[in-house]
Design a protein around this ligand. Structure first.
Ligand code: SF4
Length: 461
């Protein structure tokens, strides 16, 4: 019985789990109000990412491209980026912040985006004297890292540039990471119950946008420039996803003495308990009865299902590292065996991740954690009978592995485009634990029915 962490041996990637760094930076950008991220690269670097956002959220998002072409490889693309920024400021009077996100091509040709920002700041003062637009260079070459590090770098670059020392406040910064609107809503609900004021970076609850008379056809996040400035004056920061926001929280700690609490993603009972305990320590607030009742309901829901349907079920999980590790802990809480965890990048920090150390010390079954993994790792292990699975958990890009091998699947993470409205449901908190337990159960139940495997049990439990 062991838990091993190893990098995929094969060279190359077949059916990637992640996309590249600029995608993470674009997700950060669309979370800010009065912001349009500018991707400095070929149009595809933003077009395909926008498409994923639209598929996942069923909303449109404004993202611009400097649209570099062949001549850029020879002459550089700074003039296109400069032109793009000036055009955007002229065209969008509401624009207050504009991250300039580099890509593999513009990093390789060596475009000096930091120098361009200095030049543009002078030009904006002259040409738009009544406007204040913050330009943030974000370096996200795609041949290193992934969408995860792209998110982490972008939010760090933005906070580093915008956060400003001012009057201390009682707020807790919440670095949400790449989560769903339902998760942001759930954390806000916990804060409300505990009467804690949060500063949400980024507040993406509004990605679940209502259709209203005269509705803007583009969705955007609700974090304002003022929220970003004020992050320097918060009481503390809590980070939901260590690898997507941890760096920015550390920057605020070092620069402005805002303590950072970077713990497990609050998925499942134990991790949500830890999250609430951290909040009580930071704020002196007590956990109210209402949350104790929610906890009780979650335990009740899990107890109804775990021993009878989940026990010893073997699970493979892939996707964002924070999500995968927290889901693995949730599966263990529910008596399942997460035997295969696939992390889609080669972050060397995984080897020192205390959550992986904990898993190594506690699992009483064989568990493999593969870094730099792809969906072929999952598929080939199934086909070669190296692993037998009862359930797959991950985003929609792995759906054919589940379909072709007739394994039930729970869609979770980003993107999930082959099931309706998943972005609305939380996986975080006690309510998230109920949602996860019941979604897993329903996936298993449907499979039992289609395969005629003990489906009669569902008549009598
Ligand atoms: S890999 Fe490079 S070219 Fe492709 S989308 Fe990412 S940044 Fe753009």
């Amino acid at each position: 019985m062991s838990c091993s962490l190893q990098e995929k041996e094969r060279k190359g990637i077949i059916n990637p789990i992640f996309t590249c760094q600029p995608a993470g930076a674009q997700f950060v950008g669309i979370g800010i109000k009065d912001c349009i991220p500018l991707v400095h690269g070929g149009q595809g670097c933003c077009m395909f990412v926008r498409l994923l956002f639209a598929q996942h959220f069923n909303e449109n998002f404004d993202i611009a491209s400097s649209s570099v072409h062949e001549s850029t490889a020879v002459f550089g693309g700074l003039s296109q980026a400069e032109e793009a920024v000036i055009t955007m400021i002229g065209r969008y009077p509401h624009l207050r912040i504009l991250p300039i996100i580099t890509t593999c091509s513009t990093e390789t040709i060596g475009d000096d985006v930091d120098g361009l920002v200095l030049k543009l700041e002078k030009r904006i003062k002259k040409e738009f004297p009544d406007r204040e637009v913050i330009l943030v260079p974000v370096h996200t070459p795609s041949y290193t890292g992934s969408q995860i590090s792209g998110y982490d770098n972008a939010i760090n670059d933005i906070v580093t540039k915008v956060a400003k020392k001012g009057k201390k406040n009682n707020k807790i910064n919440v670095f949400t990471g790449w989560v769903n609107p339902g998760d942001v809503k759930e954390v806000k609900h916990i804060f409300e119950e505990m009467q804690i004021e949060g500063n949400f970076l980024m507040d993406t609850e509004s990605f679940d946008a209502p259709t209203m008379p005269g509705k803007d056809s583009f969705a955007h996040g609700s974090t304002t420039v003022e929220d970003l400035e004020d992050s320097a004056n918060a009481k503390a920061s809590v980070v939901l996803c260590k690898y997507e926001g941890g760096k920015a929280a550390k920057t605020l700690e070092t620069k402005f003495k805002v303590p950072a609490v970077i713990d497990s993603m609050p998925i499942g009972i134990k991790n949500t308990d830890k999250f609430l305990m951290n909040l009580t320590k930071l704020t002196d607030r007590k956990v109210p009865e209402s949350l104790a009742i929610e906890r009780g309901k979650a335990i009740d829901a899990i107890a109804d299902l775990a021993h009878m349907f989940f026990a010893d079920k073997k699970v493979a999980i892939y996707g964002d590292p924070d999500l995968v590790l927290a889901l693995a802990e949730f599966c263990i809480e529910c008596e399942m065996k997460p035997v295969l965890l696939l992390l889609g990048d080669d972050n060397k920090g995984y080897a020192k991740d205390t959550r992986i150390e904990e898993l190594k010390n506690k699992v009483d079954f064989d568990m493999e954690i593969i870094t730099n993994a792809d969906l072929w790792d999952l598929e080939s292990r199934i086909k070669n009978k190296e692993v037998e699975l009862d359930l797959i958990m991950g985003h929609s890009k792995g759906r054919y592995v589940a379909i072709d091998n007739e394994i039930p699947m729970v869609r979770v993470g980003f993107p999930t485009f082959d099931r309706a409205g998943l972005y609305r449901n939380p996986v975080i908190g006690y309510n998230g634990a109920i949602y996860l337990a019941e979604t897993i159960a329903n996936a298993l139940f449907s499979h039992m029915e289609y395969k005629h495997e003990r489906e009669w049990v569902l008549n009598v439990w």
